[in-house]
Design a protein around this ligand. Structure first.
Ligand SMILES: [Ca+2]
Ligand SMILES: [Ca+2]
Ligand SMILES: [Ca+2]
Length: 383
């Protein structure tokens, strides 16, 4: 059932640090594009639509799916926004100033550069947001269901992840969320993801800012999340994106790749930064894997950093072989590249990332009865 693409793609993916262009062809995550559109006025929409068509052709050529991305993002994630955004005709007002970063508690380890974290963090750290799937409705936490229809995602009330939350407390429920795609689904690609990729109060439905806009310039955040590929879904060797921290629309930067994404390919987890693989580890099917993504968000590679923790053997710690990556210094936010009526950013300003998760994959995966990813126990922590 799986996908098509042959192994070479994975190899290329893994090696992609070597050649971005290679990665382009391979990782499909995304698409280029035009999301831009959404925001703007009518003429901009037209322009954006043209861009979308262009990017669709390009995508077809590469035999990936594309999400037209708005502005770029790759893995499409964004794409879905486009669908909603084109309905708007008003020009967005100047952006509100970003919310002030709350004062840092120096006792939280995250306040100290280079500090390490574990399966949970001390109470001196602050949990910004948490989703243990206790609410059947994902929208209050995630903001939007980017699936063919709302029934493609559902809360399951038994069989959820059993790891503790970021605070060390038990979740208090056995629920989790399942996101499913069927062949023929097209939400800017074969996608069912949770997350509202829109930062502005006008220009899209639902309005932004999406509640998962967690990541801004200069901030260190740890994102905990538990993921599972259910036994009903083939592992496969083509691209499949299961979580993203993606530059948030609207913006102009044309670089199509998602700045940060987690892929699940060929029995491997692969963390990918702008189509460059920064970490990989073996993945098990039908088992919950607990992740902690300890990331400093910055367009400046001297400040931006990525360290990944994964409880690969499910024993409740990040201390076993291959369960912690080294620290990679790299840009983890994109910078705006041009001004426009729809981008709230000035040239050079950092575009925030938003969290989204679910399943977004090569449509060549055969999923006549549905292919799914399970998601549970998500927390975002700050110092
Ligand atoms: Ca749960
Ligand atoms: Ca472990
Ligand atoms: Ca398919």
């Amino acid at each position: 059932m799986t996908g098509t693409s042959p192994k070479p793609r994975l190899l290329a993916l893994l090696g992609l640090a070597v050649c971005g262009c290679l990665a382009w062809g391979i990782l499909s995550t995304g698409d280029a594009g035009a999301q831009i559109a959404g925001a703007a006025g009518k003429s901009t929409c037209t322009k954006a639509k043209a861009k979308k068509k262009k990017s669709k052709r390009r995508a077809a050529r590469k035999s990936r799916i594309g999400c037209p991305g708005s502005g770029g993002t790759g893995s499409g994630s964004t794409g879905s926004d486009d669908t909603t955004t084109t309905t708007t005709t008003t020009t967005p007002p100047p952006p509100p100033p970003p919310p002030p970063d709350p004062p840092v508690n120096p006792d939280c380890p995250l306040a100290q550069p280079g500090s390490t974290i574990g399966m949970s963090v001390p109470s001196s750290c602050t949990v910004v947001a948490s989703d243990t799937a206790s609410n059947p409705d994902p929208v209050p936490f995630w903001g939007k269901i980017d699936c063919q229809n709302s029934t493609r995602q559902a809360q399951q009330t038994a069989g959820g992840d059993s790891h503790v939350t970021a605070t060390g407390a038990t979740q208090g429920n056995a629920a989790f969320r399942r996101a499913t795609v069927f062949d023929g689904d097209n939400v800017w690609g074969e996608r069912c993801e949770l997350g509202n990729n829109w930062s502005q109060p006008t220009g899209a439905t639902p309005a932004g800012p999406g509640p998962t806009m967690f990541y801004q310039e200069g901030q260190r955040r740890v994102t905990y999340a538990s993921l599972r590929l259910p036994s009903s879904t083939p592992m496969g060797n083509s691209w499949r994106t299961v979580l993203q921290m993606k530059q948030m629309q609207p913006y102009n930067n044309p670089t199509p790749s998602p700045v940060l994404e987690l892929q699940l390919v060929n029995n491997r987890w692969i963390f990918v930064n702008s189509w460059h693989s920064v970490w990989t580890a073996p993945a098990q099917q039908n088992a919950w894997t607990r992740f902690a993504f300890d990331i400093t968000y910055s367009q400046n590679p001297a400040l931006g950093s990525i360290k990944i923790h994964a409880d690969l053997n499910g024993d409740g710690d990040f201390d076993d072989a291959n369960e912690q990556s080294s620290v990679t210094h790299t840009p983890t936010l994109r910078a705006e590249t041009a001004t426009s009526s729809y981008s709230p950013y000035s040239v050079g300003q950092s575009i925030p990332d938003h969290l989204r998760a679910g399943i977004y994959q090569d449509p060549n995966y055969s999923c006549p009865t549905g292919c799914s990813m399970d998601l549970d126990n998500v927390q975002v922590v700050r110092p």
